[in-house]
Design a protein around this ligand. Sequence first.
Ligand code: FES
Length: 341
Amino acid sequence: MIERTLILEGTGRSLRLGAGETLLDGLERNGYRMRRSCRNGVCEICQITLLEGEVVQRYPAATLQGPTADVLACTATALSDLRVEIEGLRMPGVLAVKKLTCDISAIEKLNHDVYRVRLHLPATGSLATEFYAGQYLDIVLPDGKQASFSIGSAPEMGRELELHIRHIPDSAMSTAIVEHLLNQPSVQIELPKGDCYLKATEVAADTRLILAAASTGFAQVKSIVEHLLANQHSNPIHIYWAVRSADDFYLDKLPEQWAREHTHVMMHHVVSEPDGSPDWAGRTGLITEAILEDFSDFDDVEVIASGSPGMVYALLDALEAKGLKQEQMKSDVFAYAPRPK
Ligand code: FES
């Protein structure tokens, strides 16, 4: 047996199958995911369509040829280069979105309007790789209404998730979510969502990270920082956290601890409306101004921005004027709010 090429119909992609390697093993070795269970030709869940080429199937024993043969990927090996169609094939790195019912293990108030909610994933959602740091989930209420929240804990926490939920009394949806979380033992969620995330293994050694968050956007930052620290990451991490009034900050001790224990983590609190915070002695103004004060160039910088469309696009405009390219910035905003003209 020799190496063969496997062309994946409809994806524009192909991969090399090792000599004697089953189609399923070759796909999984290359990071693809598809339905499979028994891995020995019995359950038939891994059936795919062979469009071109020839395979030998170990069980049930058969030699099969395209263009429309049904083949079990777990027991078939290639006798020629192949072209196949696989329903539900997941590309490498893309995680499956799951709907899960989680226990609400704790809910506590962190300041005057933000709650920390701790969720315990059921065993089916127990894999640490179920989401990437920076992704979000949707809470789905019993009436079907749903709202999105950044996951505020790192994937390394396994089945324990944390959310930071701000209660907006004027919003019926916000009130319904908080009341559900305060009064029910469990909640339905959909995760993971969002393409604004960071993987420690993919950050270049000379990259300086700027994590800019407004209000509870800090949850996304927290997930990313805890993921980086869990992976002994040593790139400079500059965190900018902006709120209107000083009493909007929460979890005060955590960023202090990061900065104390990790010299490469720099924390900046910024209050945008200091008139309402007479005791605030820290930085004031807009988050954009604070970043521009601290950075003279944006070479080798990657920015993750977590806030409203107005805040994110104002930051992008300001940093682009200083040489940053849009591809150096990530934000969930880019997926749902067009850039203002
Ligand atoms: S995984 Fe069960 S037949 Fe292939």
